[in-house]
Design a protein around this ligand. Structure first.
Ligand code: SF4
Length: 315
């Protein structure tokens, strides 16, 4: 059973992405109001080897041996927390690049880019995808609720410094949240920062999976239009995505369900599409048992029921 590696899963930005998750669930220095994995309790900024790096890379090697390289577009470090909190991230990126030709990406909140050791680690990746949701310190604190050491000045200076030195692609993600960063004022501030940063691309996303806080809503169409218009220099038109990637070669259905929804809460209908070889009854039965044992929970948002890890904490 894979502990650290999952997928490949479809990603709008990265196509078919084989995920590597190097830190335990919700080990994060931010506590975003929109986090689909629930609240960060506690918020931590401790950088250390949460799991042995050799064990993680050995699992990547094992999984890649069972897959054709043509099935995977990117190998992606993306945690069910913040991957740069793993102290051996740089070593792991270099080790993975030594065993495959597939490009390596890191999805990060970028909060630790103020640290030279983190900048050095990320230099080895082919693409870095940081988040930037706010153009002012006040809005940053309201949306991302960072650890006290992760100040807005550090975030911005870290991004700018890294951008100047980094040779790979920088694709920034903006999560647009209704009433927070979809206003003219907020978007003008954000555009001001992007003028300095000049990322290769900006991707706009909206909270469509269960947010940590129940009051978080996606923007309405005017809010999205405003965001596209203010950030038009960098925003990419939506690609076709990777379509549906099916989970295959599963040894244990319950373990596979827990592994998927712990990183990406999903509705039962979405899970069924991921698992075309399994019957509706079989999946439903496994979900019910996982709910009963506490390994999974159901979170209701936007009139839908999402399956999520039983260890996640939602408001
Ligand atoms: S969305 Fe990402 S950065 Fe924000 S709290 Fe969740 S894991 Fe951390």
């Amino acid at each position: 059973m894979s502990v650290f590696v999952f997928g490949p899963v479809p990603s709008r930005r990265l196509g078919r992405s084989l995920g590597i998750d190097p830190v335990p669930l919700k080990t994060c220095n931010w506590n975003c109001v929109y986090c689909q994995l629930g609240r960060s309790v506690p918020v931590t900024n401790e950088r250390k080897d949460y799991w042995p790096p050799g064990q993680i890379v050995a699992e990547v090697r094992r999984v890649l041996q069972t897959r054709s390289e043509r099935e995977i577009d990117w190998v992606t470090f993306l945690a069910s927390g913040e991957p740069t909190l793993h102290a051996s991230l740089g070593r792991m990126i270099r080790d993975v690049k030594a065993i495959t030709q597939i490009p390596v990406a890191v999805i990060t909140n970028g909060a630790l880019l103020y640290r030279p050791d983190v900048q050095e680690d990320l230099m080895a990746a082919d693409a870095v995808l940081p988040s930037l949701d706010a153009g002012t310190a006040a809005l940053y604190r309201a949306i991302n609720r960072p650890h006290p050491e992760c100040t807005f000045d550090r975030l911005v200076n870290g991004l700018l410094e890294f951008r100047r030195a980094y040779q790979g692609k920088m694709w920034v993600e903006v999560m647009v949240v209704k009433g927070l960063n979809d206003t003219e004022e907020a978007l003008r501030d954000l555009a001001g920062l992007f003028h300095k940063l000049q990322p290769d691309q900006v991707h706009l996303t909206t909270p469509v999976r269960p947010p940590a806080e129940p009051w978080v809503e996606p923007p309405d169409e005017q809010g999205m239009q405003r965001a596209r218009s203010f950030l038009r220099e960098w925003v990419q038109p939506e690609g076709p995505g990777a379509g549906i990637v099916k989970l295959s070669g599963i040894e244990s259905l319950p373990d596979a369900l827990v592994a998927v929804v712990s990183r990406h809460p999903m509705t039962e209908a979405e899970l069924l599409r991921l698992l075309p070889d399994r019957s509706r009854e079989e999946v439903h039965r496994a979900l019910s048992q996982l709910l009963e044992s506490g390994r999974l929970q159901v979170v209701e948002r936007y009139g839908q029921q999402f399956w999520a890890s039983g260890r996640s904490r939602y408001g």
